[in-house]
Design a protein around this ligand. Structure first.
Ligand SMILES: *[C@@H]1O[C@H](CO)[C@@H](O)[C@H](O)[C@H]1NC(C)=O
Ligand SMILES: *[C@@H]1O[C@H](CO)[C@@H](O)[C@H](O)[C@H]1NC(C)=O
Ligand SMILES: *[C@@H]1O[C@H](CO)[C@@H](O)[C@H](O)[C@H]1NC(C)=O
Ligand SMILES: *[C@@H]1O[C@H](CO)[C@@H](O)[C@H](O)[C@H]1NC(C)=O
Ligand SMILES: *[C@@H]1O[C@H](CO)[C@@H](O)[C@H](O)[C@H]1NC(C)=O
Length: 419
């Protein structure tokens, strides 16, 4: 590629800045590395800081050149500098292998995603995940770009429906040990496994994000979280082949508002109880959400032969619109996908204080409400207020199935008031 005069100058300024920053980082007190970087495509959030643009580190947005090295270098540069730093991914298609964005960083990093990242379909290139961001505080990922897992070409090699100890394909965007992070504006497309996985994080906001994969793609959950607190998902549209959102063990203070889900398996808490030492799930609010043609609406699922003892409590669903959903409201304490568990009735997962308020719309199967709790550990404190979901078919009628669920119902469709 021939450099224009302007680009040569930009590269020079960039290199000069890296050298300056390396000196500044040693000598300047924290937060004082405020050198104005004229080569920055976008200023840092505070107006100061600096920028690492991958196109200045050898990345080519032709969809064919392997840009892994340029991206990892851009991260190392941005993460290694104090102040507000921006890692810029300009318009274009950038093919990459695994990206290891590990902190802690000296300043705060914004990943400005204007282009599209394409995850290589060569599975041998990955150790575990694709884009893995770990131990970073005050992270921002924003822009109108796309994180494209190119999963179509590898979904056939997912054998998790046949085999318990299956090989897990790479998740697309993984946040581990991230405190105070925001992901906004971007699109996550056709991940190989989960689109986004949030683990051991605190204070994460996901806003105006679009997640898209075919309804029959395997294990392409939209956003999964576990062992995390204060996670907010808002104004986000998700259509995938598995759970739109799954809230795993150890999730607390979770707010989900303005989410549209479908196709997919719904907004789920769980699975709970599959592994040892799982932690409680508490304070989950799901509000102003729409589920369209999904297999479940709002679901809580736990294993009957749970490997750990835990409680799921203080779950509140409000203003939920169902459109043609197979199981709009479901608590399934006998969850057992692919028949991998023993049905011994010895549940160790407690489910209590779950409220459903103003849940309306249509279901595609007669059972609009299924509260399938265990004989040994009934669900308690379940309240239904203004739950009006009707079977839209003509060959049967709307019904509820409630086993071992204790609580109260007010203002509901009379067929659904089973507690
Ligand atoms: C990721 O980067 C960190 C820090 O540079 C390093 O310690 C770690 O070994 C890397 N992980 C992988 C999987 O390459
Ligand atoms: C995260 O944000 C909260 C609230 O603004 C603040 O109290 C906390 O110190 C921040 N944590 C980090 C690691 O920056
Ligand atoms: C979640 O929403 C509740 C109720 O609106 C609010 O009190 C709480 O602060 C929110 N939590 C977070 C982490 O945003
Ligand atoms: C019930 O929820 C729907 C959205 O599903 C909303 O449009 C409506 O205003 C809510 N009703 C009340 C009384 O809050
Ligand atoms: C109505 O639906 C219920 C629950 O799915 C089913 O058990 C029953 O057989 C159906 N009745 C008819 C007439 O199809």
């Amino acid at each position: 590629m021939a450099l224009s005069g302007d680009n040569t100058l930009r590269v020079f300024l960039f290199l000069a800045m890296v050298v300056c920053a390396a000196h500044a980082a040693k000598e300047a007190p924290k937060g004082k590395d405020e050198k104005k970087d004229d080569s920055a495509a976008a200023p840092g959030p505070s107006g100061g800081g600096g920028s690492s643009d991958i196109s200045e580190l050898g990345a080519k947005g032709d969809g064919k050149t392997d840009c892994t090295k340029a991206l990892n270098e851009a991260w190392t540069a941005a993460c290694g500098k104090e102040g507000a730093q921006t890692l810029t991914i300009p318009k274009g298609d950038y093919l990459t292998g695994p990206l290891n964005f590990t902190g802690p960083c000296k300043g705060s990093v914004t990943i400005q995603l204007d282009g599209n990242l394409l995850g290589t379909t060569d599975l041998k290139a990955y150790k575990t995940n694709w884009i893995e961001i770990q131990h970073v505080d005050n992270l921002v990922i924003t822009g109108k770009g796309t994180i494209d897992g190119q999963g179509k070409q590898v979904w056939d090699s997912n054998k998790c429906a046949q085999k318990y100890d299956c090989k897990i394909l790479p998740n697309s965007l993984v946040l581990d040990y991230v405190n105070n992070g925001t992901v906004s504006g971007i699109t996550l497309l056709n991940s190989k496994f989960f689109h986004m996985n949030v683990f051991q994080c605190k204070g994460i906001t996901i806003k105006d994000v679009t997640v898209t994969a075919p309804g029959d793609s395997p294990n392409t959950d939209g956003i999964h979280m576990g062992d995390s607190s204060k996670v907010t998902i808002t104004d986000t549209t998700i259509g995938v082949g598995d759970d739109c959102i799954s809230i795993g063990p150890g999730s607390t203070e979770i707010n989900i508002t303005g989410v549209t889900c479908g196709p997919g398996h719904g907004i789920s808490i769980g699975s709970l109880g599959r592994y040892k030492d799982e932690k409680d799930v508490t304070d989950v609010n799901v509000k102003d959400c729409t589920l369209k043609k999904s297999t479940n609406g709002v679901r809580i699922k736990s294993y009957e032969d749970a490997a750990s003892t835990l409680t799921c409590s203080k779950v509140h669903y409000e203003n939920i619109a169902m459109e043609d959903v197979a199981n709009p409201i479901i608590i399934d304490m006998k969850y057992c996908p692919n028949k991998i568990c023993t049905k011994n009735g010895a549940s160790k997962v407690t489910i209590k204080d779950v409220t459903y308020k103003n849940v309306t719309g249509t279901s595609s199967t007669p059972e609009a409400v299924s509260l399938l709790c265990s004989e040994k550990l009934p669900c308690t404190g379940v309240t239904m207020d203004n739950v009006k979901v009707e079977f839209k078919g003509t060959n049967n009628k709307t019904m509820a199935v409630c086993n071992n669920a204790k609580g109260s119902a007010t203002g509901c469709l009379k067929e659904l008031a089973c507690i």
